[in-house]
Ligand binder design. Sequence first.
Ligand code: PLP
Length: 392
Amino acid sequence: MSYGSKRIKQIPPYVFSEIQQKKRKLLGDGMDIIDLGIGDPDLPVDSSILEKLTEAVHDPKNLGYPSYSGCMDLREAIASFYEQRYHVSLDPESEVLILIGSKEGLGHLVPALVDPGEAVLIPDPGYPAYRMAASLANAVPYGMPLSEANDYQPDFQEIPDSIKSKAKLMFLSYPSNPTAATVDLSFFNRCVAFAKKNRCAIAHDAAYQMITFNGYRAPSLLEADGAKEVAVEFGSFSKTFCMTGFRIGYAVGNRDIIRALSICKSNLDTGQFIPIQKAAAFALKHRLGFAEKINAVFEKRMRIMIEGLSSLDISVSPTKGSFYLWAPVPGGYRSMDFTTRLMERSGVVVSPGNAFGDQGEGYFRIALTVSDRRLREAVLRMKKGYRAVVHE
Ligand SMILES: Cc1ncc(COP(=O)(O)O)c(C=O)c1O
């Protein structure tokens, strides 16, 4: 007898865990692995944030159950961050909700807003959690094809009427994981107009909103005209402050959507540990400069890798946001074959593009999450391994 609902049994094996298995095998064989596969920044958390966390842990009143919507000082810090950075005003009581990492909220949002059989519009390629959340809620995921030719922006005209009529939610995410694409406010204005016309909510996943360079500032979806009527935005401390393991994020925007998400969440979880919320509030209020420091690090790595790729005849344009590079697979290989061979020949792990959706086939993603030295080493090894792969 094998346990698992039909829903679970339909889910294909998670590509990233297959890659991790292969990586573990190679590590076991004694190979030195440079992992550019996973978007987990290698940079240390600012020590003052850790001090704040330690201090909060030692206060007994922070050790009980948190409130369902999150600590008010963190919600207020998020509201004033939006006011200062985007001139968007948010009511901390009804328009801000604290999450156990933004992935948790993105996942719970689908059952909160979408009934079985209704459609969820998702970017393809995109962060895999959107499709999974839709499938687990018995909704119909519809991949909006994104390509270099359309600047990795969805073409709303191409969405069939039969899908538009049952679409209840659209996920977007810029700066993008995996493509590193960025947008300007006029794009968000078009998205809001589409959502209003089709009575569909928008969830903008802004996990990389602060990871920008080249003079670019990523807009918030909530800056778009009338966005609060149809949209919420998800933020995360994972990338901005390198706090991936802390599991802390938030949703802001339309109060009905926030309420629906909060009802879903409060019945299933009880919020994040209060000291982590206190540390996050401190980070947002006092350590935004940390993001600027790490952006300089990522920008330098991006340039090192683009130069390295160009010496392999792989052309990638400089990016303006996220810490990923999205590169075409050379030599006519399928993404998975190329990345597996590259890992076996050179010990360099990158992610196959098809892990992010069908439209990702033919690409691979590089996460710039190792030091300059290791990145240069990766380039040297890729040169050797890559030639072996492409010419074999
Ligand atoms: C686009 C995107 N959204 C959300 C997340 C999840 O972030 P969090 O750690 O806040 O759950 C990630 C993590 O890689 C991501 O790439």
